[in-house]
Structures are given as structure tokens and as C-alpha cells.
Design a protein around this ligand. Sequence first.
Ligand code: SF4
Length: 230
Amino acid sequence: MAASKTKKAGRKRAPRVLRGAALRAHAREIQRRLVAEYPDAHCELDYRTPFELAVATVLSAQCTDKRVNMVTPELFRRWPDARALAKAPVEEIEEVIRSTGFFRNKARSLSGLAQAVVAEHGGELPRTMEALVVLPGIGRKTANVVLSNAFDTHEGIVVDTHVARLVQRFGLTRETDAVRIERVLQPLFDRPTWGMLSHLLIWHGRRVCDARKPRCGDCTLNDICPSSTT
Ligand code: SF4
């Protein structure tokens, strides 16, 4: 078959977005199937404390979780908490995290984060969205990761590149901005499931619904996904 006739999920026109009850039912069916497919889905970053999770999440920008997990044991061994990291020379942090990319910016963020946590929160990471998002290096996505995984508090839904891509392919929204996507998703799913929902979408994005080559023939959502290529 000529290449131009081959259906490609990444290049097709945006799928039609359902509305109201039909949209909610579609969203719930996707969630139900992904729960069945990935009952053990979880955060793939290694951490022992909320602060360590915040640090690992900062490092995960433009980097794989696997790479971050190779770097953090040494980082956490040398500077086991915010007080220790706050005193670390930025150049030494840079050396340890170099392989995660953008290491100069990340080292500055981690140093600033640790210093702010010590100066303003007694060395403990705060537990609210408002307090987290004003800390150096912490945006809404990182705050959602920390709140959901370390504090079991679901103030929002983590929208990373996988989540944004998948919800568009599913026909849940055409929004591309992470905050707007979050606003669309929140009423579709029960709040206690928001944390797990992000894990499910990220796991499916990493394992099956690849950005360039989605494996639609192996996908549990094949018959209900408007972007299926098979
Ligand atoms: S069928 Fe599955 S793999 Fe294919 S685009 Fe849809 S969700 Fe992605």
C-alpha cells in the first residue's frame, strides 16, 4: 500500500470530541480498561520522602525516569535532605546530576528549592498547591506529582507530554495547554482516581501509544479509540 494511504495516528486530523454524557462514558470506559491493563501502575521515580520525590521530578524534565533513578542514589546519599542540599555547592550538584541534561539549570533549581524549603518551611516540603508552586523549580505539574504520590492529595491531574498526547488521541479534548487539559479532565473522573489516572496514561503512552509509532494492533483501546490506525 502506498505510504500516503496508510493511516497514522500521529498525523490524522484531530478526532471528533464527544460532549456531555457520551464524553463522560467514553472517558470512564478508557479508564476502566487501563485499570484492567495496568493494575500496578505507579510513579516510576525512586524516592523515600516527599522532598526526594520533588527533587527527582525536577530532574525528570527532558529526561527518562530510568536515567533519573541512576543519578538520585548518589545525590540522596551525599545530601539526604533539604538542609544538607541547601548547603551543597551548586557546582558539586551539577557534577552529580550532569547526565540528566540541562544540569546547570536543574542544579540551580534544586539548590534554590532546598534553601527555600529550609528558610520558609523548616526543612519539610509543604503540602499545598499554593505553597509548592512558588518554590524554585516547582511548577504545577511537579506540585501535582508530589501532592498525589507523596501526600495522597489530589488537587489536580498530572499532565505531561504522554497525558497530553493520549487524551487528544482518545478524543477527550483538542486542548494543547496543560492547565486547560486538566480543566477538561477533572469533571470526567472521580477525584480519588486522579493520581492513578495519570499513572495509567503515562504507562500506556510509554508502553503502547508511542508518540511516533503507536502500537494500535496491541492496544486494549483499539475498538473505542478514534485515532486507531487498525
Ligand atoms: S488505538 Fe491505542 S495505541 Fe492506537 S492511537 Fe488509540 S490509544 Fe494509541
